[in-house]
Ligand binder design. Structure first.
Ligand code: SF4
Length: 389
């Protein structure tokens, strides 16, 4: 490991000796193309601290795809996993071409001895009828990144020449909603546009009739802190969504906070204390941690392991991956004494980073998480009191 690694790395051998048992990976992100056709302001792959994309291959070579499928199969077999999820990611995955994406889905399903859900996350700029017909044939679900109304989206999500991409993305979404392809529609991913009215943003997303929306906090940490106001922004969207006479879409962040408040466990990384069971395979076959760690520092997502030389069980024992599986044991003292710890869970791991210290800090979004969680809990609590005799 390089000198840039944080100083709070875990001693995994000691953890194992004390009874820590890693949770096998069940979600895999395959970076099938390392380039993108947009130049988004906030992109953690191209615009932030980590610049490793400069040295990675364009499209994932077939040898890497084959070996990745074999490694996943080995992992599934060893742990008796009942099913797995694979996301074909990038850069921009559509740059890999329909034929490659179809081959990726077919290869994974042929090799892995369990059902495989295959999806991709795209900017939809290149989404057309031919690609969607291929995705329908290979049951590949499509998630689309869009940041609300045109002016919000185009402020960040631009082509290299400065043109906004909203019109292209909206056109792709219109095709995806066609009755021939609607069943492939996974949902929308929106990086919160703080300068745009929250309700207007939510209503603009609803125009695309998404089955689900993921609202993401922009990547930030204590070394490169965010602006303030995200908690208020999210609380306003929550009220619009929660008070609607009919539920028109699922918003995962809100549903998970309610679920945790009612005593359940979380299925997302951004809240709760559930172990993270996700592994990224880079275009060249390297195992990486969650991609958004690239926002912290150069090389932050690296593990030094790869599909050709290492099993996925070896990646499970990597200190930085173990840190995201051990729940409260990885948290800062301030989080351990926090009254909403069970719901917040210390926030999304990359948001905890501070140069010179590492990740054992509260989330840099702590005030926003506190505002949102207390708001959601207050609304749900009031409703529960109303229906109790
Ligand atoms: S990040 Fe803040 S709100 Fe979350 S558990 Fe830590 S102290 Fe509590």
């Amino acid at each position: 490991m390089g000198a840039e690694w944080p100083t709070d790395l875990l001693d995994v051998d000691a953890l194992l000796a004390r009874g820590f048992r890693p949770v096998p990976f069940q979600q895999f992100v395959l970076k099938v193309h390392s380039r993108c056709d947009l130049s988004c302001e906030y992109c953690f792959v191209y615009a932030m601290a980590d610049q490793t994309w400069r040295s990675t291959a364009g499209r994932m070579p077939f040898t890497v795809l084959e070996k990745t499928a074999a490694r996943i199969a080995e992992h599934v077999e060893r742990h008796g996993l009942p099913r797995i999820d694979v996301t074909l990611h990038g850069g921009e995955p559509l740059l890999a071409g329909g034929e490659f994406l179809a081959t990726a889905a077919a290869t994974l399903r042929a090799r892995v001895p369990a059902p495989v859900t295959v999806g991709l996350q795209t900017n939809a700029v290149r989404l057309d009828e031919e690609l969607l017909t291929t995705f329908a044939e290979h049951d590949i679900r499509v998630g689309v990144s869009i940041d609300g109304p045109a002016e919000a989206h185009d402020a960040n999500r631009r082509f290299a020449d400065g043109r906004g991409s909203h019109a292209h993305t909206a056109k792709g979404l219109e095709l995806l909603r066609d009755k021939r392809f609607r069943h492939l529609y996974g949902g929308l991913l929106c990086v919160i546009p703080l300068d745009t009215d929250p309700v207007r943003t939510y209503d603009a997303l609803l125009d695309h009739e998404p089955p689900a929306i993921d609202l993401l906090l922009p990547h930030a940490n204590w070394t490169t802190p965010p602006r303030r106001g995200y908690g208020d922004w999210l609380a306003a969207v929550f009220d619009r969504w929660y008070d609607a006479p009919t539920r028109r879409t699922s918003i995962r962040l809100f549903e998970e906070i309610i679920n945790l408040f009612l005593g359940g466990s979380s299925r997302v990384e951004s809240v709760g204390l559930s172990p993270v069971a996700l592994l990224v395979v880079d275009t060249g076959g390297s195992f990486e941690q969650v991609d958004s760690l690239r926002s912290a520092y150069h090389g932050a997502a690296r593990t030094g392991l790869n599909v050709f030389d290492d099993s996925m069980d070896t990646a499970l024992a990597h200190p930085a991956i173990a840190a995201r599986q051990i729940g409260t044991r990885a948290l800062a003292d301030a989080c351990l004494s926090c009254d909403i710890l069970d719901i917040c869970g210390g926030g999304y791991y990359p948001h905890r980073y501070r140069e010179g210290i590492g990740f054992r800090n509260p989330s840099v979004y702590c005030p926003d998480l506190t505002r949102l969680i207390k708001h959601v809990a207050g609304r749900v609590h009031a409703d529960l009191r109303r229906i109790q005799p």
